[in-house]
Design a protein around this ligand. Structure first.
Ligand SMILES: [Fe+2]
Length: 450
């Protein structure tokens, strides 16, 4: 049997309590207010024969990119398969897509969600998850185009409409369409202030445009909506850290790290990578954050089995190890990542392609940098810079690649490359105190300082 859900999508449950709990879980996934797990358990309890909540739970666990959660997600999918006979075709498409994610085939999963959305453009779950795995794959065009294809089918009165606008705003930003992105993000927040993804999209615009004071003020203005009880808070504190860093307020960044981007605040790898990234930027500026990195690593489960799960996370683990001064551990980690990406494991895993093409050269470049071979680091990192989006993450996150190249250029002999990168930076956005510092470190001629 098929019943319409809250926005008319075909659904195999007509149990009100189960549908309400699943809808609440969906809102939590899009808004990051608490995890959706309790709501999904409630949906399963209310209608034990309904498959979709099991798929949602497995998909949520996999979305955290934690190797340790893969087994639990796989068990949930097994239960889901046992209930699939009663499910609608749309729900079975979700099952198939999440199964592909579990197999590491992220691109294939996104293609399935794409097909699903052509038929059901109001399927918010498909929009949310496709955006997440588009993000993990660095597919900026799909981040923008997928919500654009669906949005006209949405009712502006739908409680999730502002969240879909936020997806679109972030996609626009990652496609460098900054004024449009800011407009759409602000529109989302005018409809519903509790949409951290929209706050985030506009913060990205400000980051990319060098508006570091605007950005800090923007996050402060919306702080009540994202800083408490929200799983996205660490990432937005990280963005605030970037704004402070752009102003060269190093002590301000350290205060943010100590109060919001360390210790108990870091519950999952996605949060730990932000901490590592910010510490690396400070490390490049000569700040001693060895103790911070050691504390981060002490609570970061990084056994051998974790290496090679997702290149973006692997790279950030290497950053933390190198700041902490443990080059040997970082070398062993990179070797294990290479073993998986180049070995006999399923070659269709999205990670392995991104690791081979981008992740491994970058990590090897970082190792060279840590060994004091600045020119060797440039030789490894610069060739993959142009395709670095394949690593996933945002432009702002991947800027650590440029920061690393600037640091290596300043220490080694590749000053011309450093000048070229600073030129690119100055053409893209106003010169900030951080850019000015790189100009000084590279000892560029006066005309480059204009
Ligand atoms: Fe971000």
């Amino acid at each position: 049997m098929s019943y319409p859900d809250a926005r008319g999508n075909p659904c195999s449950s007509n149990h009100r309590a189960a549908l309400d709990a699943a809808e609440q879980a969906l809102w939590r996934m899009m808004s990051f207010y608490d995890t959706p797990l309790a709501d999904l358990d409630a949906a399963m309890a209310a209608d034990p024969a309904w498959m979709l909540p099991h798929v949602m739970k497995s998909g949520f666990l996999l979305s955290l990119t934690e190797p340790a959660l893969v087994a639990e997600a796989a068990a949930g999918l097994e239960t889901a398969r046992s209930l699939a006979r009663n499910a609608t075709a749309r729900e079975r498409a979700h099952l198939q897509a999440v199964q592909l994610v579990a197999e590491g085939r992220w691109q294939a999963a996104c293609r399935l969600w794409d097909e699903l959305l052509i038929e059901h453009p109001q399927d918010a779950l498909a929009l949310q998850w496709a955006q997440l795995w588009d993000f993990y794959r660095g597919d900026a065009v799909s981040l923008r185009a997928r919500p654009a294809r669906a949005l006209p089918a949405w009712d502006e009165g739908d409680p999730l409409y502002a969240h879909v606008l936020a997806l679109y705003a972030f996609g626009l930003e990652e496609c460098n369409l900054y004024p449009q992105a800011e407009d759409v993000g602000r529109r989302a927040l005018a409809i519903e202030p509790r949409v951290p993804w929209a706050v985030h999209a506009v913060a990205h615009v400000m980051e990319m445009q060098g508006r570091y004071e605007d950005g800090a003020a923007w996050l402060r203005q919306h702080q009540a909506q994202w800083a408490e009880g929200n799983g996205f808070a660490v990432h937005l504190w990280w963005h605030k850290g970037l704004f402070r860093l752009e102003a060269l307020d190093v002590q301000g960044v350290l205060r943010l790290v100590d109060s919001h981007i360390s210790g108990d605040a870091l519950q999952v790898t996605l949060q730990r990578v932000d901490a590592a990234a910010l510490l690396w930027r400070l490390h490049l500026l000569g700040e001693d954050v060895t103790g911070h990195a050691a504390a981060l690593l002490a609570r970061w489960p990084l056994d051998d089995a974790c290496a090679g799960h997702y290149a973006f996370n692997d790279l950030h683990a290497v950053l933390a190890m190198l700041i902490a001064g443990d080059v040997a551990r970082a070398e062993a980690w990179v070797a294990r990542c290479a073993e998986r990406a180049l070995g006999a494991e399923d070659a269709r895993r999205s990670n392995h392609l991104m690791a081979r093409e981008v992740g491994l050269p970058l990590m090897r470049g970082l190792l060279a940098f840590a060994r004091g071979d600045a020119d060797g680091a440039v030789d490894l990192v610069y060739p993959v810079r142009a395709s670095a989006q394949r690593l996933g993450g945002s432009h702002a996150q991947r800027d650590l690649i440029d920061q690393t190249l600037l640091g290596a250029a300043a220490l080694g002999r590749r000053r011309n490359l450093g000048r070229a990168l600073v030129n690119e930076r100055c053409m893209a956005k106003p010169v900030t105190p951080l850019t000015r510092l790189w100009i000084e470190k590279l000892a560029l001629p006066e005309q480059a300082r204009a």
